[in-house]
Design a protein around this ligand. Structure first.
Ligand code: G
Ligand code: G
Ligand code: MN
Ligand code: NA
Length: 253
């Protein structure tokens, strides 16, 4: 309950920050975009992981106002970077199932894009499997987002109970290969087989692929050898504060 009250306060008082993890072109090494990730520095308890507070925000429905603030701030920051002359393709934002199923989601996204003047093509929404599993509810929302021109990515692909029918039936643009497969590429033939297959499958279906959780040069080399076009991970950078991310962009011009 203490944590819940703290979270409510943090949502009201802008106590939750948005961090940005660079996404890169595997071949050119260019920064093509960022994934927005929520960070909470509790005044007494210190850093609290999103793995802890996002589920709490979902239970308490605080995820709806919190998610809207994160989306707005991420788009506002993206707009600022573009205005500063950085040539980025996208800002990726995670949505939880509760946000996605909320009847206000479409008007929220429309309003944020309008206010921040971000073209919908630059916004990528990351969907979890728990969203797409409820296809009766999710599909119409996905279709409306798609029609608006927003990009849709399936996060943590390959974990849980991913069904291939999602790929066939849903208007997805991108698969995000879960980091669990990337991290043992060099130890585990089976993980290599999964990664190779996801890359080929995406290619055949006309989807983009991004590898998550790339931590070593060897992993990056492997992905390059397999034609995986994009990656993110600690090898290049952990998620950064907006100040750190801005400095990184300025340095890499
Ligand atoms: O940033 P980190 O890897 O610690 O995030 C842990 C989990 O929290 C990941 O599954 C990530 O997708 C989720 N997460 C981080 N930020 C957000 C957010 O803004 N919204 C939602 N819905 N999930 C987030
Ligand atoms: O579920 P989702 O993919 O949104 O989770 C993203 C989370 O993964 C973020 O919390 C981020 O901090 C974490 N992350 C990003 N890159 C790496 C990495 O290279 N290694 C590990 N272990 N975690 C990473
Ligand atoms: Mn994600
Ligand atoms: Na993921």
């Amino acid at each position: 309950l203490q944590l819940e009250n703290g979270l409510r306060k943090a949502v009201e008082q802008e106590g939750i920050d948005v961090y940005y993890q660079p996404q890169l072109d595997v071949f050119s090494g260019k920064i093509i975009g960022f994934e927005a990730l929520a960070r909470w520095h509790h005044p007494d308890l210190g850093f609290i992981s999103p793995d802890e507070f996002i589920p709490l925000a979902e239970e308490t429905k605080l995820i709806v106002p919190l998610g809207e603030k994160i989306l707005f701030e991420a788009c506002r920051q993206f707009r600022q970077w573009m205005d500063e002359g950085h040539d980025l393709e996208r800002i990726s934002v995670n949505l939880s199932a509760i946000q996605f199923m909320d009847p206000t989601i479409i008007s929220t996204v429309e309003s944020v894009l309008r206010q921040t003047e971000v073209a919908p093509e630059h916004l990528e929404i990351e969907l979890t499997e728990s969203i797409v599993q409820d296809s009766v509810q999710a599909l119409p929302v996905m279709n409306r987002m798609k029609k608006m021109g927003i990009q849709l990515a399936l996060d943590d692909f390959g974990t849980g109970f991913s069904s291939l029918s999602y790929l066939k039936d849903f208007p997805l643009d991108t698969l995000k290969v879960d980091r669990s497969f990337i991290q043992t590429i060099h130890e585990n033939e089976k993980d290599r087989a999964v990664v190779d297959t996801v890359i080929q499958l995406a290619d055949r279906l006309g989807l983009s692929v991004i590898a998550e959780g790339v931590e070593t040069e060897a992993q990056l080399d492997y992905l390059r050898s397999r034609g995986c076009a994009e990656y993110q991970g600690y090898f290049f950078s952990k998620p950064l504060s907006k100040t750190e991310a801005s400095a990184l962009l300025t340095r890499s011009v």
